[in-house]
Ligand binder design. Structure first.
Ligand code: ADP
Ligand code: MG
Length: 634
């Protein structure tokens, strides 16, 4: 039987350190929070090699008295909490008294500190948590902590570190968030001697947002300000038209602390319901202020989770605050943004279709599309029920066995090898529209008759075999693109931009791609790190409209950020699916008939059934189903 023993303080510290100190970004976060708690007005973070070999945080805060300096490095030593009652009303960022002890135990640490107004300061060096002697030091007022060789004594943890650029990006994310939550403090970040962020510390959230997240983002913002008794929310949200493909730029603070909260996300997004395009998410920097006793921050060691005493009150506060802001924004310019985005059809549509031959073969039919002219208007009007493809395009269509009702699956796809030669074949020989058409190859179905397009989204067809088909044009095109990208061995073709674009990413998104910019070349993006969580796009996928390029990159980055250690093939598929979606015509866009014809053709061939996300591209309504709906039969 193993003996039970109390762990030595050294081992206990290492274990505790694992919880608090995961990577350079967590060191930066703890040290910055200490600086903020110390009342600093300006802080500087400096890092080398992503913070692994060197990370310094300097502040002009209250400093630590020389005789208390060793105590600060003991576990559970804090000046911020005295009794259990204090826990109920935490107003500082730190309170566990763990950070300095934890960081010191896994690094070589130097601290220089001078109490405001004191004659001189003090210095202390710790090696793996073991302190040397406190010495007198001439240093500025405030505190500087330098952490070198992080995890030098815990090689197992060292292995988990990502590349320097990813670690640096994560530190940058931490600094960005803290800078946004404390606009009254000036934050500076130096990365390998280069200043990548500097906020003015003038107290204005907007100037902090501008400095940390860039001009473009700031221009898209609407101000939020709402109060409900002692609770309040303020900050900024993006205009509905500036929706992004991910939630990466949603930042929430509760009492100055960055939090992740499904409740807050839901309240925000609920306010955008019916205002924002499907699949787009609002961005925000929102600060919720609550009386300290109405929120519990002590539920998670990394402290990004909070518990609200009254969830409904918080939800309503944020929801109504954002609603009011969006309503105000919508009013001065008259009616709100158009409900539907209408864009001109893409001129290069056919570059993305392998059914090009179809278009070539359409020739005369394109000028006079079959569905308008193949049936004499009078007959169509009078005969109603006889308006059937089989009547006008085929003389002897073999009747299939009774179609299974409500079947989404199509008639069995033809064998693959048959498809390429068969497709252009019959069409090349299709007589000009107007003339009676005959299916020339036995077993090849005549083209579906396109009855039209409804809601700018669904193509309505009939197949001449007593079924009506509804085709989601976006889903279908998305699938066509996806299959084409997937079959391709070379990298996705890109177009070089005349003027490079800047994609301002969320910290997590940026961290996910910062060290994989080469990998993105396979997907048609030529990008460079632009610093400050931004990426410069020099070339974008040829199939993606330039106006969609930044959103596409954001979405790819979002996917990579969300990616669990997955099979690389799955990752590739997920990225190609995103690209395919962005390159596809959208519901709501106007499409011309030839575009629709080409799509219908692919769908009819049975090659595509589901979009890459698994939604069906077509739905079938049989005559029988329709007759049932109209109570012609029971
Ligand atoms: P906590 O922040 O939870 O109290 P830490 O281990 O981070 O625990 O810090 C221990 C104590 O050291 C703090 O309570 C504070 O009194 C002091 N301290 C740490 N960093 C600073 C700083 N930058 N300026 C002034 N005092 C500091
Ligand atoms: Mg602390």
């Amino acid at each position: 039987m193993p003996h039970i023993q109390q762990l030595s303080p050294f081992v206990a510290d290492l274990i505790a350190a694992g919880e608090v100190v995961e990577r350079p970004a967590s060191v930066a976060k703890e040290l910055l929070e200490n600086a903020i708690d110390a009342g600093a007005t300006a802080v500087t973070v400096e890092l080398r090699s992503g913070g692994m070999t060197y990370l310094r945080v300097s502040d002009d805060g209250c400093g630590i008295a020389p005789d208390e300096l060793p105590t600060a490095f003991l576990r559970h030593a804090t000046s911020k909490l005295r009794s259990a009652e204090d826990l109920a009303a935490i107003g500082t960022l730190g309170f566990r008294g763990e950070a300095l002890a934890a960081i010191a135990s896994v690094s070589r640490l130097d601290i220089f500190t001078r109490v405001r107004g004191a004659q001189s300061g003090a210095a202390l060096h710790l090696e793996g948590g073991v302190p040397g002697a406190v010495t007198e030091a001439g240093c500025p007022e405030g505190t500087s902590v330098i952490v070198r060789d992080l995890f030098y004594n815990t090689p197992a943890r060292l292995k988990f570190m990502k590349r320097d650029s990813a670690e640096a990006a994560a530190v940058s994310g931490v600094v960005t968030h803290l800078a946004l939550s404390h606009p009254d403090i000036s934050f500076r970040l130096l990365r390998d001697n280069e200043e990548t962020l500097h906020t003015p510390g003038d107290g204005s959230l907007k100037s902090a947002v501008y400095a940390a997240l860039g001009r473009e983002f700031t221009l898209s913002l609407v101000e939020v300000s709402q109060r409900d008794g002692a609770a309040a929310v303020d900050g900024f949200v993006t205009r509905p038209l500036n929706g992004r493909g991910t939630r990466g730029m949603q930042t929430f603070f509760v009492n100055g602390r960055l939090v992740r909260s499904q409740l807050l996300t839901a309240a925000l997004e609920e306010a955008y319901a019916n205002r924002i395009m499907k699949g787009k998410f609002p961005s925000c920097v929102l600060r919720v202020t609550l009386p300290f006793d109405l929120v519990d921050v002590n539920v998670h060691p990394a402290k990004t989770v909070v518990k609200f005493v009254s969830e409904k009150q918080v939800f309503d506060l944020v929801y109504h605050g954002v609603m009011a802001a969006l309503d105000r924004e919508a009013k001065p310019d008259g009616p709100a943004a158009p409900a539907r985005q209408t864009q001109p059809p893409r001129a290069d549509f056919f570059q993305t279709m392998t059914a090009e031959q179809f278009r070539a073969s359409q020739g005369g039919a394109k000028a006079a599309p079959a569905f308008r002219t193949s049936v004499p208007a009078t007959a169509a009007g009078e005969l109603g029920g006889k308006l059937r493809l089989s009547d006008c395009t085929r003389q002897s269509a073999p009747k299939p066995p009774a179609a299974p009702p409500a079947a989404v699956p199509v008639p069995a796809p033809k064998p693959r090898e048959e498809t390429p030669p068969a497709m252009p074949g019959p069409r090349e020989e299709t007589p000009p529209a107007g003339a009676e058409q005959t299916s020339l190859l036995p077993g090849t179905a005549a083209p579906w008759r396109i009855a039209g397009e409804v809601l700018d989204t669904y193509i309505v067809c009939e197949d001449g075999e007593d079924s009506v088909w509804l085709i989601d044009k976006h889903a279908a095109h998305e699938r066509v693109n996806f299959d084409r990208f997937k079959a391709q061995r070379e990298p996705i073709m890109s177009q070089t931009l005349l003027t490079p674009l800047v994609a301002q990413l969320g910290a997590a998104e940026y961290a996910a791609i910062a060290d994989r910019l080469d990998f993105l070349q396979d997907f048609g993006f030529a990008c460079e790190d632009f610093g400050g969580n931004a990426v410069l796009l020099r070339a974008v996928p040829a199939d993606v409209d330039e106006t969609e390029a930044v959103a596409t990159l954001e979405e790819l980055a979002g996917r990579l950020a969300a990616e669990k250690p997955a099979d690389p093939a799955d990752t590739r598929d997920a990225l190609l699916a995103t690209l395919a979606c962005k390159a596809a015509i959208k519901g709501g866009w106007k499409s011309d008939e030839s575009e629709l014809r080409a799509l219908v053709d692919r769908v009819q061939s049975g090659e595509i059934e589901y979009c890459p996300h698994g939604r069906p591209v077509k739905v079938r309504l049989t005559r029988q189903q329709l007759e049932k709906m109209f109570k012609r039969i029971v």
